[in-house]
Design a protein around this ligand. Sequence first.
Ligand code: DQA
Length: 143
Amino acid sequence: KPIYILNGPNLNRLGTREPEIYGSKTLADIEAECRAATKLDIVFKQSNIEGEIVDHIQEAADKASAVLINPAAYTHTSVAIYDALKLLDVPIVEIHLSQPAKRESFRRRSYVAEAATGTISGFGANSYQLGLQAVLNLLKTSA
Ligand code: DQA
């Protein structure tokens, strides 16, 4: 079963979006790094639309061995994404490029953290690699 890597709003603009916060890699660069890091199948998606991300999570509920998700701004607002994640019974790793705890106070609340197995944040694009390693370890120990 593939690992789903799901990305929320504005992450399609990585590379030029506030590079001092998010770095200069594009989402396509990050996708390529994730694919290079494992032989397992990866399904990689991005959407700016909350309901579409819910659809991606529902698809993962049927098809994925694990989910990595950077819900971007919806981290801090979306009960719908939280509810969708509760449909899953596979590992869920929440990832962020930046460290939300160091930023504006409205970023301190994560609805997603309450549904995730664990969270990795603050390591830039490397957060995806660290999150992927966490998932690979979990899949190995549960296999
Ligand atoms: C983010 C952090 C969120 O607070 C923000 O809304 C994003 C990106 C990150 O990866 O650092 O869009 O999820």
